[in-house]
Design a protein. Structure first.
Length: 345
């Protein structure tokens, strides 16, 4: 006896024949058995396909959970409207028409301020451009302060007006509408100016409020305001001086910020009271084990950083910048405490 295998209907079918002695009846019996086997296999295949199809439907119906991060702080609307006044004062000096606070741009600016807590950049945390926050937006300025804050409208305006790119937006005669975001958090104060064109939807100054934004980290969701409590005002954090045998200079009114444009960092600062200047360090490590140090001249209030360790700053890469102010005592520089920011090129 021998075994013969043939292929039929996509599955193996088996036919047994006796060499030289097979009868027609035997062949029929064996072929029937083969058909029964084929039928059972086909039924199994159909059942398996049905189960697989159902599994695909179940998995297909389950949407991926959106990635978000909560940001809580105080929305300072009083600061926002004070910035508007200061902006219009600067515009008046050059003969530009005053800007008007727009309801939609005000909301967009507060939302963007919350987003810059997560990613201090003109790119939103979900990867979209800042202008997707509002169809009315045509320009944006941002600023932030660490432990030593850009705590007041006057201070942040001073920093913006010392930066050519930010100043150009503030004085742009093509803009008519405006929105300002100011969020005070435990990690610092975050400011955003949103500039627009065309008709303005007027808005009265809201009360300050404690807010929580759910910041979208991908495009499957949108940043939303999930909670607010009117009237809450958080105290402004201040730096705690490190123990030292030398007298630590009073840097309470020293403020600095970082502007980011086309993968270039522009650090600007003020020099109040006895402050003579500052020292700046940049690193790609949070602990600053690898760093590059800048010691600007006392006449400077701005430092442009285009490269790190001789190479251009990499787009989309995190860098850490820290600054400390100093005074001069008996011909010697006496430094204050470092304050640090995380920046995305």
């Amino acid at each position: 006896m021998y075994v013969k295998m043939t292929a039929g209907s996509g599955v193996a079918s088996f036919i047994f024949e006796k060499e030289n002695r097979s009868t027609a009846k035997e062949r029929i019996n064996y072929q029937k058995k083969g058909k029964v086997i084929n039928m059972k296999i086909n039924r199994l295949r159909t059942a398996f396909a049905a189960v697989l199809f159902g599994l695909v439907l179940i998995l297909g119906g389950q949407s991926a959970k959106a990635e978000t991060k909560d940001v809580s702080g105080t929305a300072r609307y009083d600061h926002a409207f004070q910035v508007l006044e200061l902006v219009n004062q600067e515009r008046a000096k050059v003969g530009a028409e005053p800007l008007e606070m727009d309801e939609e741009l005000l909301s967009a600016a507060m939302l963007r301020a919350a987003e810059t807590v997560v990613n201090f950049n003109h790119t939103r945390p979900n990867g979209e451009r800042c202008f997707t926050a509002s169809s009315k937006m045509s320009g944006e300025n941002i600023a932030m302060g660490g432990n030593v804050l850009c705590g007041t409208p006057a201070q942040v305006m001073e920093l913006w007006m010392h930066s050519s790119g930010h100043k150009a937006n503030i004085l742009n005669t093509g803009f008519q509408s405006f929105g300002v975001g100011c969020i005070v958090t435990s990690s610092g104060t975050y400011w955003v100016q949103c500039f627009g064109r065309g008709t303005t939807q007027s808005v009265t100054q809201p009360d300050n409020k404690k807010v929580t934004y759910q910041v979208a980290l991908d495009t499957s969701s949108k940043t939303t305001l999930v909670g607010d409590t009117s009237g809450g005002i958080e105290s402004t954090p201040t730096a705690t001086p490190a123990p030292s045998t030398e007298e630590v200079p009073d840097t309470g009114n020293f403020h600095w910020s970082v502007g980011i444009f086309k993968h270039i960092f522009t650090v600007t600062w003020n020099k109040p009271g006895s402050i003579k200047g500052c020292q700046i360090q940049i690193s790609n490590k949070k602990n600053f084990k690898q760093k590059q140090t800048f010691s600007p001249k006392q006449s400077q209030t701005k430092q442009v950083i285009r490269k790190y360790k001789g190479k251009k700053l990499k787009a989309g890469k995190d860098y850490f910048i820290r600054v400390r102010a100093y005074t001069v005592s008996n011909g010697k520089k006496v430094y204050g405490q470092w304050t640090r920011l995380r920046c995305l090129a």
